[in-house]
Ligand binder design. Structure first.
Ligand SMILES: C[S@@+](CC[C@H](N)C(=O)[O-])C[C@H]1O[C@@H](n2cnc3c(N)ncnc32)[C@H](O)[C@@H]1O
Length: 261
């Protein structure tokens, strides 16, 4: 029998981590490549704002980096810390707001790969976040920031995506689609349907996420408000270090490589 719930995917870290964790390698290789190529100092200490389950933090910790992260969701932070501890690392994730935090020790690099920045609902909070990140970063260090933009030129936007992930007896099918954009409020409504199958259970989770919209020009304007960061390169979600992209009115996804001056 199917059990149906209206829920928040972030409250289900085991399923979230399976859905988004299986694709870690391309992001991991890209990030470590960026550290080598663009940081002006050797990257040792790393921070992830809105780290969720820490799917990339655990891989970076295993590679010898000193990692930490924050997230608003207590269940995600617990999942992240439990996994770090199981692997003999410190419980270095903490519950916190990415627009209002201070780190005890500055870091050499940070990353925010898949749109978490767009969860910040106002310009004030977006700029506050960038300022927190600049304050948390050593000179010559990096902030790798990835998000989807709303093209202002006419392009066929990809409006839905479906994929499956499985581990042992657990299988999760995910369908994500854009429900539409309120241009005045600058909110994109995303629908999510997650089907979770185990040998004895079928759970269907329906979620709706709100993402602030950014055009290329709006994003450039916000980045200018935190002049401690310079944009050293831009890429897209293909994560090809040899293929930087030029951001313009047609761009749909971008990864900014920001460096602290
Ligand atoms: C798309 S998930 C990304 C998680 C992780 N960064 C990853 O790459 O898998 C977005 C995360 O942002 C967190 N979040 C949303 N608003 C936040 C805020 N203001 N401060 C910290 N975390 C926030 C959510 O709880 C969620 O874990």
């Amino acid at each position: 029998m199917t059990e149906r719930v209206q829920g928040d995917l972030y409250d289900y870290p085991v399923y979230y981590d399976l859905i988004f964790g299986s694709d870690w390698k391309a992001e991991y290789d890209f990030l470590t490549g960026c550290f080598e190529k663009f940081a002006k100092k050797k990257v040792k200490r790393i921070f992830e704002p809105a780290c969720g389950t820490g799917r990339l933090l655990i891989k970076l910790a295993q590679a010898g980096f000193e990692v930490s992260g924050n997230d608003l969701n207590e269940r995600a932070v617990k999942f992240c810390n439990d996994r770090l501890e199981r692997n003999d690392f410190a419980r270095s994730a903490f519950v916190g707001d990415m627009a209002n935090f201070k780190l005890k020790k500055k870091v050499d690099a940070s990353f925010n790969m898949i749109n978490s920045f767009r969860h910040l609902p106002t310009e004030k909070l977006a700029v506050a976040h960038l300022q927190c990140m600049a304050d948390a970063t050593n000179k010559g260090g990096l902030y790798v920031l990835g998000l989807h933009l709303i093209p202002t030129a006419s392009v066929d936007r990809i409006e839905d995506e479906a994929w499956t992930a499985a581990r042992g007896n657990l299988r999760v099918n995910t369908y994500m689609w854009s429900k539409g954009i309120d241009e005045k409020k600058r909110i994109e409504y995303l629908g999510l349907k997650i089907d979770v199958w185990t040998p004895t259970r079928h759970l269907e989770i329906e979620d709706e996420m709100l993402y602030r919209t950014y055009s290329a020009r709006q994003m450039a304007g916000y980045l200018k408000k935190v002049p401690e960061f310079e944009i050293v390169e831009t890429f897209d979600f293909a994560y090809e270090l040899d293929e930087p992209v030029k951001v313009d009115s047609r761009t749909e996804d971008v990864v900014f490589i920001l460096r602290k001056k």
